[in-house]
Design a protein around this ligand. Structure first.
Ligand code: AMP
Length: 413
């Protein structure tokens, strides 16, 4: 299968090959011909599957041939920048270039207003900022005849449903709409029903457990010794860069400080950093000046770094969806990668629940010198796992373990 055989014009096939995309990914093979035909599409796709190319390539062609302007709604600033960047990169091979802009909160609205003067062909936006700009007459929603909702589940998770409804009202009724989402809980299905006309539905199986290129590991360790173990794992990984997830902003800050002090240059990456600082951190990480990025779920969500070999769950994610998204930051586009979950004191039951929900099992490991000595919570503590009820003694142990955890600022679980 080649990009040309999907119906893409030679210029766009060249654009893909200039990105070193040798052949279409499965989602691209499925979605590109549908979008070129003008169909509405509902696609279940994980990040890392090549979904941005799946809509950017054919939409650039439709813009070129039919002047269809594109509005892409995304949940985060990072994703807005990345998606716009993909459009710009792909368009660099075109003889006529579209005007591509990204707008998002946390940056000067005036600068964005200036930047939007004239006709914008591809606008990538977070919903709140887009509405602000529409309110200031800096964007005319009616000029966009194509709408893409990217990471629709996350858009709803972040509470953007009212903004989405307001934006949908302002778009032309006659338009092409595409919806991409990693998961389809009822709220996303409802959104899709209201948005899409007779959509083609595409599902590409790439749940983490079916992506063999991600090696998943789970290590039992005392909560208080996770940082020391992490340092050892980083040392074992040689020069590899790592994305480490912590549960809270404070946890990110503290862990990044500790890692840096121990000789692993690290920076926190969370929602309370200014946009400028986030860009700076991301650039430093991409350039290899920083070895470790310590991120919260929300901030880490949009991070797209080629060749990122290692993701570590320092704090476990709250939900299976977050687990899937976190580990999906590695092993992107066919490369392999490792995702390590540190299972601190009392967190075994929580990780077991994540495994159950994802129908998978990750073998538990202990690392020599880091064997847990604190008493873990009994597995029987979870409602969903078969076993005896907790004894009074277990409950006391659990309370002690929980107290030990809450003393650890890195842990917000
Ligand atoms: P996405 O799923 O859009 O976040 O893309 C994930 C990564 O896959 C990005 O780094 C893209 O550059 C890369 N990618 C997209 N399409 C292809 C392809 N056909 N071949 C190889 N890499 C690709």
């Amino acid at each position: 299968m080649s990009f040309l055989s999907l119906g893409l014009a030679p210029e766009l096939a060249t654009a893909a090959s200039l990105q070193a995309w040798l052949a279409p990914t499965p989602i691209q093979s499925a979605v590109v011909p549908l979008v070129l035909r003008g169909a509405d599409v509902r696609a279940c796709a994980q990040t890392g599957s090549g979904k941005t190319g799946a809509f950017a390539l054919p939409l650039l062609q439709r813009w070129q041939e039919q002047g269809e302007r594109v509005l892409v709604l995304v949940p985060t600033r990072e994703l807005a920048m990345q998606v716009a960047d993909t459009f710009v990169q792909l368009a660099s091979a075109l003889s006529r270039k579209p005007k591509v802009r990204a707008v998002y909160g946390g940056a000067s609205v005036n600068a964005q207003m200036q930047d939007l003067r004239g006709v914008v062909d591809v606008l990538v936006a977070t919903p709140g900022r887009l509405l602000d700009l529409i309110g200031k007459n800096a964007v005319r929603a009616a000029t966009f005849s194509t709408l893409v909702l990217d990471e629709a589940d996350r858009l709803l998770d972040l509470g953007f449903s009212a903004e989405l409804a307001a934006i949908l009202d302002l778009l032309p009724a006659h338009r092409q709409s595409l919806l991409f989402s990693a998961t389809f809980p009822p709220a996303v299905n409802l959104l899709a029903q209201g948005l899409l006309r007779e959509p083609a539905c595409i599902e590409i199986a790439s749940a983490p457990e079916t992506r063999p290129q991600i090696r998943q590991r789970a290590i039992n360790v005392d909560t208080a010794r996770r940082t020391a173990l992490l340092l050892q794992l980083l040392a074992d990984a040689g020069d590899a860069r790592a994305l480490v997830f912590a549960a809270s902003k404070q946890g990110c800050e503290q862990l990044a400080r500790e890692l840096s002090a121990a000789g692993a240059p690290a920076a926190p990456f969370h929602g309370e950093l200014s946009q400028g600082r986030r860009n700076q951190v991301l650039d430093g990480f991409k350039a290899g000046k920083l070895r470790v990025l310590v991120a919260t779920d929300l901030a880490g969500r949009g991070i797209d770094i080629d060749g990122l070999p290692l993701v570590v769950n320092y704090d476990l994610p709250r939900s299976p969806v977050d687990y899937t998204h976190r580990i999906g930051r590695t092993a992107r586009a066919g490369l392999s990668g490792t995702a390590i979950s540190l299972i601190g004191t009392g967190c075994e039951a929580h990780f077991r629940l994540i495994e159950n929900r994802l129908s998978m099992r990750v073998p538990r490991e202990q690392i020599a010198g880091f064997e847990p000595v604190a008493v873990p919570l009994a597995v029987a503590n979870t409602g969903g796992v078969k076993g005896a009820r907790m004894s009074k003694k277990d409950k006391l142990r659990a309370a002690a373990a929980a107290a030990a955890e809450s003393d650890d600022p890195g842990n917000g679980q």
